[in-house]
Design a protein around this ligand. Structure first.
Ligand code: PSU
Ligand code: MN
Length: 306
């Protein structure tokens, strides 16, 4: 690890030095995933929830030629309000770091940065996956490749049905990524608690997730785990209603010829506009819930390995 490329906040550095539980958080959800001011209030709330559970939050972003791990309030606000922020996945890390741009990390890039400094648990909203018609376009999120190779457990509410959920699960299986249903037998679809697909296994306690993480890595198996944690019932939306909105957004993307790294932010933005406040409320609720579960898993994992 080249010191000059990494900047850890004092709080995160202390926690890692003392072997305390830390939860990584991505920043694309702040810059490209939610509108201001909800992105900022959610980011702050998520950090508070993680601390309340006895873990330390580490939001990750790229500033000023450095990977920043742990942001203060001012830095979170900067990221939440700035227009020009690069979306940084594995492919984009070298350019954005070398050129001194401001970058928000995706699930893939956040996993890389987290694992490099020894953070093993990460909370997000939804992971990327195989796009619809991905069998033609080959648009498969680098999040899946990262889950195949990097040792981090990612707590998410599944994948949005902007993606091909079935093929996403197939790619995860091919790559040996366990998909753990947290207190559920159904793989969730972000806004809804079900997707019509199941999970590989179900566990009901954070200690069990920690046991599976330890077993995987003790076996010498590289790669991560997906902890699928459904949106809380009271905030869940109707699957079919969201499906109709998503289909419209997909049609618009096609008409406008949006491809590559722009497609996910474009779709998220259109879904927000077409579905109004309801989907945003669900998004906020599920992210907070994921943060709580991730912190509990981090605490349990640290108790297990220390
Ligand atoms: N899905 C969401 N919200 C998000 C993302 C995905 O519901 O904010 C973001 C995450 O940062 C994820 C990224 O890692 O989009 C995936 O982008 P791509 O499909 O271009 O790999
Ligand atoms: Mn893509």
């Amino acid at each position: 690890m080249k010191e000059e490329m990494w900047h850890l906040s004092a709080e995160v550095k202390r926690a890692l030095d003392e072997g305390k539980p830390v939860v990584a958080l991505e920043s694309t959800i702040i810059s490209h995933g939610m509108p201001y001011p909800h992105n900022l209030s959610t980011a702050q709330e998520v950090e508070r929830i993680i601390r309340e559970q006895g873990a330390v939050p580490a939001t990750i972003a790229i500033f000023n030629h450095k990977v920043r791990i742990g942001l203060d309030d001012e830095e979170l606000a900067f990221l939440a309000t700035r227009k020009q922020v690069e979306k940084v996945s594995r492919r984009d890390l070298p350019y954005v770091l070398a050129m001194g741009k401001v970058g928000a990390t995706t699930v893939a890039a956040t996993m890389i940065c987290a694992a490099t400094v020894g953070i093993r648990v990460f909370a997000t909203g939804g992971i990327g996956g195989v796009h619809r018609e991905g069998e033609q376009t080959m648009d498969i999120s680098a999040d899946l490749t990262e889950l195949a190779r990097t040792r981090v457990a990612v707590v998410s509410a599944g994948v949005k049905s902007i993606l091909d959920i079935g093929r996403t699960l197939e790619v995860l299986e091919t790559n040996g990524v366990p998909v753990i249903g947290y207190q559920t037998d159904a793989f969730p679809s972000f806004y809804a608690r079900d997707s019509g697909y199941g999970v590989d296994c179900r566990v009901d306690a954070p200690e069990d997730v920690a046991q599976i993480m330890r077993a995987k890595w003790r076996l010498g198996l590289d790669g991560g785990l997906v902890v699928a944690n459904p949106v809380p019932s009271e905030a869940a939306l109707d699957f079919d209603e969201m499906e109709a909105i998503i289909c419209r957004a997909l049609k618009e993307a096609k008409q406008e010829g949006i491809t590559g790294k722009r497609i996910t932010p474009f779709l998220l933005d259109r879904i927000k506009a077409l579905s109004g406040g309801e989907s945003l409320a669900a998004n906020v609720a599920l992210v907070k819930h994921n943060a709580r579960v991730a912190a509990q898993v981090a605490v349990a994992y640290h108790a297990l390995i220390n």
